[in-house]
Design a binder for this molecule. Structure first.
Ligand code: GRF
Length: 189
């Protein structure tokens, strides 16, 4: 069974979807720990409820990004984590971290990449008045939102959509696509 570490900064609804997929045996993995950089993240409650150990380290305790990452990498290696799963983790890694888990860091992004990279992808697509956007699961490389794509699904933007409605539909797609894509990816490791 592959061991994964999930990284969250906020709500953690994708983390929750992974917890449930593991429970329902749709995702053959064990979530060894959840790494969090934000003491106010709701994801912390979700981890507590699911009995998943939390590593909560505020990066501002460190002078350099690498120094923070070194501590995290050491914990992940110590736990024999096979893959790092980003689920709304709002930090950009240095080459050091990416090199430490080369081709083993997965992210979910709320657009049909390469369209709408960046931290406001849903809003950007909505404001651009395009007809469709989507969800992408991809490997993390140093360039942001640019790694090899593992899975993608389109989401139509309807005439009557509000940003909130669109967000809801995108998240619903994420919650199905992420466990499915991970299940496939982990088998290749
Ligand atoms: C998701 O939309 C994900 O695609 C993006 O950040 C959001 C995290 O949401 N990377 P949640 O914390 O999983 O609810």
């Amino acid at each position: 069974m592959k061991k994964i570490a999930v990284f969250c900064s906020g709500n953690g609804s994708n983390f929750q979807a992974l917890i449930e997929a593991v429970r329902r045996k749709k995702l053959a993995a064990s979530i060894a720990l959840m790494v969090c950089d934000n003491p106010k993240a709701f994801a912390l409650e979700r981890a507590k409820k699911a009995g998943i150990p939390v590593v909560l380290i505020p990066p501002k305790l460190f002078e350099k990004r690498e120094d923070y990452e070194k501590v995290v990498v050491q914990i992940l290696k110590n736990q024999n984590v096979d893959a790092v799963v980003l689920a709304g983790f709002m930090r950009i890694f240095t080459g050091y971290f990416i090199g430490s888990f080369k081709n083993r860091i997965v992210n979910i992004h709320p657009s049909y990449l390469p369209a709408f990279k960046g931290a406001h992808a849903i809003q950007d697509a909505f404001r651009a008045k395009v007809q469709e956007t989507g969800v992408t699961v991809h490997l993390v490389v140093e360039a942001v939102d640019a790694g090899p794509i593992l899975a993608q699904e389109k989401v139509k933007i309807l005439k009557k959509d509000s940003l909130e409605k669109l967000e809801k539909r995108i998240h619903a797609v994420e919650h199905k696509l992420y466990p499915k894509a991970l299940q496939k990816f982990l088998k290749t490791l």
